[in-house]
Design a protein around this ligand. Structure first.
Ligand code: TXA
Ligand code: MG
Length: 350
């Protein structure tokens, strides 16, 4: 039985928080909201709890977890080398949607880091997450609270759809505010490396790093992943999805042609679009046309993206055609990355 506990995100009830904190300290599995997506938390220093977490998610144990802490001081205690760059990024972006990968301290179990010598650390800014971390008094390892390879959950209902009966508790505080996962920056080597674009933009990182170079993640290799979120077919709906990128008028024309072709073959089509894509909305026989709002409002699109993918998955469509993200400034980089992964490589450049 999974207990659902409603918690006001602006004014978290201390009783509810303490109940969840006690569950965590006792080795339980507690899903909680962060500003990015819901996380599935366990006591990070409890090897048994960490193993149960991997089982509940169906996540390969080669996939390291992010350890969530309440403060930079607590983060420093989990790394043997919290570098000046780490200090600068933490001072600017914590609490917030930035994860720093640093050389791990011995107290961090190998189960958490998939045997890597580094640990991913983050101080989330969501008031419920912070209150829970303070009350728990222990570091909390938490991946996104979805089944492995499903879209991340941005509502408590998404958590329950994937994990009801497999975890102890969900703190339900409504929709998350950022909507895509944290930016992951590897600081364990000499040159900082952007492993996963996310809630903090590359531009914002570069503004703090100054003359320090920021590398992009290279291709994914076999074996322990530098960042397994980089695997294809991660964050995916079950329904095959094709993303269309390029200039809007060309994208719309190509999507229109492809919708008609799919329907001619007897396939039911779902559409992921923007408010301005009226020409697509007028097509007959589309089972669902789900908008992410105006194409220029990336913050809005980010809060809707994963919910939209889940809605389209449930719509009965055989195929999903998605208007992709063409502008990679700001949140655009993370949005394009997630939609491309949802497309598992099926990207049409128009
Ligand atoms: O916004 C977020 O980051 C959410 C919330 C719950 O905090 N969490 C999240 O966790 O997205 P997860 O497990 O879905 O993604 C964690 C990412 C993975 O890509 C993983 O490979 C990477 O962080 N990661 C964790 N430890 C790492 C390490 N030691 N070295 C490199 N990458 C690491
Ligand atoms: Mg995840």
């Amino acid at each position: 039985m999974t207990i659902v506990v409603p918690v006001d995100s602006r004014d978290p009830d201390p009783g509810a928080i303490e109940r969840a904190a006690a569950c965590l300290r006792a080795g339980g599995l507690v899903a909680f909201p962060t500003e990015t997506v819901y996380g599935l938390g366990v006591h990070a220093l409890d090897r048994g709890a960490v193993t149960r977490l991997f089982e509940a998610k169906g996540r390969p144990s080669s996939d390291p977890l992010i350890v969530h802490v309440a403060s930079t001081a607590q983060a420093r205690a989990l790394s043997v080398r919290f570098s000046p760059t780490a200090e600068a990024l933490a001072a600017r972006f914590w609490p917030g949607p930035l994860t720093l990968v640093l050389p791990k301290a011995t107290v961090v179990p190998d189960e958490v880091t998939a045997g890597l010598a580094s640990v991913a650390l983050r101080v989330p800014s969501h008031p419920v997450a912070l209150a829970l971390l303070v009350a728990a008094g222990v570091p909390v390892a938490a991946p996104s609270a979805n089944l492995f390879s499903r879209p991340s959950p941005t509502r408590a209902a998404h958590v329950l759809a994937d994990l009801d009966g497999r975890i102890d508790m969900v703190l339900d505080s409504g929709a998350t505010t950022v909507g895509v996962e944290s930016t992951v920056v590897d600081l364990s080597a000499d040159v900082p490396r952007l492993l996963r674009p996310g809630g903090i933009s590359r531009e914002a990182l570069v503004a703090v790093l100054g003359s320090t170079r920021l590398e992009e993640a290279g291709p994914v290799h076999a074996g322990p992943q530098r960042s397994p979120g980089l695997l294809e077919r991660h964050y995916s709906p079950r329904t095959p999805l094709t993303a269309y990128e390029g200039q809007a008028s060309r994208v719309l024309e190509r999507m229109r042609v492809d919708v008609l072709a799919a329907q001619a073959e007897g396939r039911r089509v779902g559409l992921l679009i923007f408010d301005g894509d009226a020409a697509l909305r007028e097509l007959h026989g589309v089972v669902m046309a789900r908008s992410l709002g105006p194409a220029t409002v990336l913050e809005g699109a980010a809060t809707e993206l994963y919910a939209a993918l889940r809605d389209l998955d449930a719509s009965g469509a055989d195929v999903i055609l998605a208007h992709g993200f063409d502008d990679v400034r700001g949140l655009g980089a993370a949005l394009r990355d997630r939609l491309r992964r949802a497309a598992a490589g099926h990207v049409v450049t128009c």
